[in-house]
Design a protein around this ligand. Structure first.
Ligand code: SAM
Length: 418
C-alpha cells in the first residue's frame, strides 16, 4: 500500500491533497527558551524576527536562513534548545508540575525531558530513559549545556524491569519509536524508506510499550502517548488497544489547530497542513484512581555542594535532591555531575557550572574572551589565584582555575570550536 493510499482510513481526498501540498513546503524550525538562563525579553531582543509558537509558552518558530541559532554563542551557553514545533506540544500538554516524579520512557535526544524539566522548575525528578546507549548519551550533552539538575539518565529495556516500578510515576511521556512520516520534510530518506510493513512492525512495538508504561503510572496519574507518524495504526489503534486491555481513560482536549479523526476523542493529529510543524500525534491518558503525590522530600538540609543527596562513583561526585529506587536501572547520569575529587580537592564539572547560579568567585568574560575560551585556549588575565565561575552576560560558561597569571581552559574537548 502506498503512503497516501493508507491515509484514506481517516482522511478524505481533500484532506490528503492538503497534506500532500504541505509536505512539499519548507520545514519549520522551533526553539524553546531556557528560562533558567535567559528571559524571553532577552531572547527577543537578540532574535526579534521570530514568531511566537501558537501553543507552547517560551517557544518560537524561526527562519533558519535568517538565524543560524545552532551556531550562536547563546546556543553553546545553553540558553535555548532547538526543537521541531510540533514535537514541543506533547510535553507542554502533559504539563508536569513542580515536584512530580516523571518517566520519559523513550527520551533521546531529550527534547521532551528538557521541556518537562523546565516546566517543573528543575524540581522533582525525571527518569529519562533510552534503549540505545549512544542516544542516551545525547540526553546528557543537552542537559549539561542547559544546566538541568533533576534528571536521571538511564539505558534500560523497561519490558524487563517495569514490575519493579508498578504505579510509581506521576506522569509518563511515551514518545514512541515510529515509522516517522512526520520526518518526511526533514529527511527525504524517510519518505523513500517508508513502507506499510514498517508501520505494522512499529505498531506491534508501540502496543507492547504502552501496556507496560501504563503499569508504571500511578492511579490518578497522566501519560502522554505521542508519535511522529500520521498512520492510524500507530496512533488511534494503539490507544484503542490500551483501552481494550486496561481501565485507561482519555483526557479530552479541544484545541482548534488539532485534527481529530471523525471528531473521535482518541487523541489528535498535528498535521502540517493545519499546524506550523512537521506533524505529531498526541493522546493524553489518565489512570483512574485517587492521585496521591509523593511528599516533597526537600528539606533545608543540603550538602557542601547544595544537594540533598551526594553519590560517589570512583572519583566522581554527583548530586540530586530526590531519593529514588535506582537498584534496577542502568544509570548513565545520576543528577548533576559535580566534579572529580582528588587530593582532597575537587575539579568542578562543566555540568555543575551550568547548573549552579551562585558561586563564591565569578569572572565575567568579554566578547573576545568568550570566543577565545570556546577555542580551548587559556586566557592571559592576571586575577587572584582560585576557582572561578566564568560568565558571559551573566550566563555560566564554565568553572575553572586561575594561577594568578592566566585562567586555565577546562571546557570539555568536544565542545571546543576550531
Ligand atoms: C521518537 S524518538 C524519541 C524522541 C525524544 N522523545 C525527544 O523528544 O527528543 C524514539 C526513541 O525511542 C528509543 N527506543 C526505541 N525502542 C525503545 C524501547 N523499547 N525502550 C526505550 N527506548 C526505545 C529510540 O532509541 C529513540 O531514541
Amino acid at each position: 500500500m502506498n503512503f497516501y493510499e493508507h491515509l484514506k482510513s481517516y482522511l478524505n481526498d481533500e484532506q490528503i491533497d492538503k497534506l500532500k501540498a504541505s509536505l512539499s513546503e519548507e520545514n519549520k524550525h522551533g526553539v524553546l527558551v531556557n528560562t533558567k538562563k535567559m528571559s524571553d525579553e532577552m531572547f527577543l531582543s537578540l532574535f526579534p524576527h521570530v514568531e511566537k509558537h501558537p501553543i507552547v509558552k517560551h517557544a518560537y518558530i524561526f527562519d533558519k536562513r535568517e538565524y543560524e541559532l545552532g551556531k550562536s554563542i547563546y546556543h553553546a551557553l545553553g540558553c535555548f534548545y532547538i526543537q521541531e514545533p510540533s514535537a514541543m506540544v506533547p510535553a507542554y500538554l502533559l504539563n508536569a508540575q513542580e515536584g512530580d516524579i516523571v518517566l520519559d520512557l523513550c527520551a533521546a535526544p531529550g527534547g521532551k525531558t528538557i521541556q518537562t524539566s523546565l516546566l517543573m522548575n528543575d524540581s522533582g525528578l525525571i527518569v529519562a530513559n533510552d534503549l540505545s546507549k549512544s542516544r542516551a548519551f545525547s540526553i546528557i550533552e543537552n542537559e549539561e549545556r542547559l544546566g538541568l539538575g533533576n534528571i536521571i539518565v538511564t539505558n534500560n529495556d523497561f519490558s524487563k524491569i517495569y514490575k519493579n516500578y508498578l504505579s510509581t510515576f506521576d506522569k509518563i511521556i511515551l514518545d514512541a519509536p515510529c515509522s516517522g512520516s512526520g520526518m518526511f520534510r526533514k529527511e527525504d530518506k524517510m519518505m523513500q524508506d517508508w513502507s506499510y510493513n514498517k508501520v505494522l512492525k512499529f505498531a506491534e512495538i508501540q502496543k507492547e510499550l504502552i501496556l507496560y508504561a501504563y503499569e508504571m503510572l500511578k492511579p490518578g496519574g497522566t501519560m502522554c502517548y505521542s508519535t511522529c507518524s500520521f498512520s492510524l495504526e500507530e496512533d488511534e489503534d494503539v490507544i484503542e488497544y490500551l483501552l481494550e486491555k486496561t481501565d485507561a481513560e482519555i483526557v479530552k482536549s479541544d484545541h482548534q489547530l488539532f485534527f481529530r479523526k471523525d471528531n473521535n476523542p482518541l487523541g489528535f493529529h498535528l498535521l502540517p497542513s493545519l499546524f506550523p510543524g512537521e506533524g505529531h500525534y498526541i493522546c493524553l491518558i489518565r489512570k483512574p484512581g485517587v492521585f496521591i503525590k509523593a511528599p516533597n522530600s526537600k528539606t533545608n538540609k543540603t550538602g557542601k555542594y547544595g544537594f540533598q543527596f551526594e553519590y560517589k562513583f570512583g572519583n566522581y561526585l554527583f548530586g540530586n535532591n530526590v531519593s529514588f529506587n535506582t537498584k534496577h536501572l542502568n544509570i548513565v547520569r545520576l543528577g548533576v555531575k559535580i566534579g572529580e575529587i582528588f587530593n582532597n580537592d575537587i575539579k568542578y564539572d562543566y555540568h555543575y557550572a551550568h547548573y549552579i547560579q551562585k558561586f563564591s568567585k565569578k569572572y565575567e568574560l568579554n566578547d573576545a574572551q568568550v570566543k577565545t575560551y570556546f577555542t580551548g585556549n587559556v586566557l592571559n588575565v592576571p586575577i587572584d589565584k582560585g576557582t572561578y565561575l566564568l560568565t558571559y552576560k551573566g550566563i555560566s560558561v564554565d568553572i575553572t582555575k586561575s594561577d594568578g597569571r592566566m585562567i586555565k581552559n577546562s571546557l570539555p574537548k568536544g565542545l571546543r570550536t576550531k
